[in-house]
Design a protein around this ligand. Structure first.
Ligand code: CP
Ligand code: NVA
Length: 307
């Protein structure tokens, strides 16, 4: 059973193969209507069940369109209108859905729920974002980086802002794909040590600094994310601590001249990124968003042992 709960479930070779397959499939359907299946329709007849305990635009739409392009279909259960929201257990939900769909994607506020789903499901379970990690996003990010002509081994990636789920998956990717991460972050908001150590033990150089400019100097890629993740709306005083880490044009100027700016979206322009950078020439955030479709197709194909 191939669950995709974190990038290390697949490993570096499989992620490289996913990026290649995504590029090939994307090129083969250039200009086609978005719902038209790929010529080989590799997941014809397959259904993906998607569970959302948190809001989503990109993950929800990209998985649905990904399944259509692979020849299958997808359906959505949200916690407000399914029995999960009334207390039905993850274990029972996993066993029921395993009889009804071919794979499950779950977005939840608690990573343990995704693990529990995988323990009880007899079909692949995919992490569509938890409080701990966001691996599907990072497959799309790496695809975007490669598409923009940058090789992953030895790449210098700068992260500015919060030490959150997206950064955790970037760090996991760094160890697997051998790129380096400089994290510019205020004290008290650092990523979990486990992810930093895992990246380092995979051979990545990870630098943590409270100096935003030091993080960005010479970077190939500059990335940020919202300062307030879903579920953290009650956190106070964070914006003031984060303010020096806004990706501004002057900070982008410290990166390599051909550096690209990434953001998983949704963005809070004027907070973690200035409008000038977000709308500027170095920003590839909408390529990155589109690539969620192409990346999700690869993740699904890997889960079904087709990659
Ligand atoms: N980047 C991302 O996961 O977006 P959504 O929250 O809209 O799915
Ligand atoms: N860190 C953000 C990512 C949203 C896609 C969150 O968890 O809300």
């Amino acid at each position: 059973m191939r669950h995709f709960l974190d990038l290390s479930d697949a490993g570096g070779d499989a992620i490289a193969a996913m990026i290649n397959d995504a590029q090939d499939r994307k090129a083969a359907r250039l200009g086609w209507a978005k719902g038209r299946p790929d010529a080989d329709a590799p997941l014809a007849g397959h259904v993906l069940g998607m569970i959302f305990e948190k809001s989503s635009t990109r993950t929800r739409v990209s998985f649905d369109i990904a399944m259509r392009q692979l020849g299958g279909s997808a359906l959505i259960l949200d916690s407000g209108t399914s029995q999960l929201g009334r207390g039905e257990s993850i274990a029972d939900t996993a066993r029921v859905l395993s009889r009804m769909v071919d794979a499950i994607m779950i977005r939840t506020d608690d990573h343990d729920k995704a693990l529990e789903m995988a323990r009880h499901a007899t079909v692949p379970v995919i992490n569509g974002l938890t409080d701990r990690s966001h691996p599907c996003q990072i497959v799309a990010d790496l695809l975007t980086v490669v598409e923009h002509g940058k090789a992953l081994p030895g790449l210098e990636m700068a992260w500015l802002g919060d030490g959150n789920n997206v950064l955790h998956s970037i760090l996991e990717a760094a160890g697997l794909m051998k790129f380096n991460v400089r994290v510019g972050i205020p004290q008290g908001y650092e990523p979990e040590t486990e992810f930093v150590e895992r990246a380092r033990s995979g051979g990545a150089t990870v630098t943590l600094t409270q100096d935003a400019k030091e993080a960005v100097v010479g970077a190939d890629i500059v990335v940020t994310d919202t300062w307030i993740s879903m579920g953290q709306e009650h956190v106070h005083n964070k914006l003031a601590a984060m303010a020096p880490f806004q990706v501004s044009q002057s900070l982008m100027g410290a990166a390599k001249p051909d550096a690209k700016f990434l953001h998983c979206l949704p963005a809070h322009v004027g907070e973690e990124v200035s409008e000038e950078v977000f709308e500027g020439e170095q920003s590839v955030v909408f390529d990155e968003a589109e690539n969620r479709i192409h990346a999700q197709k690869s993740v699904l194909l890997w889960c079904f042992d087709r990659i």
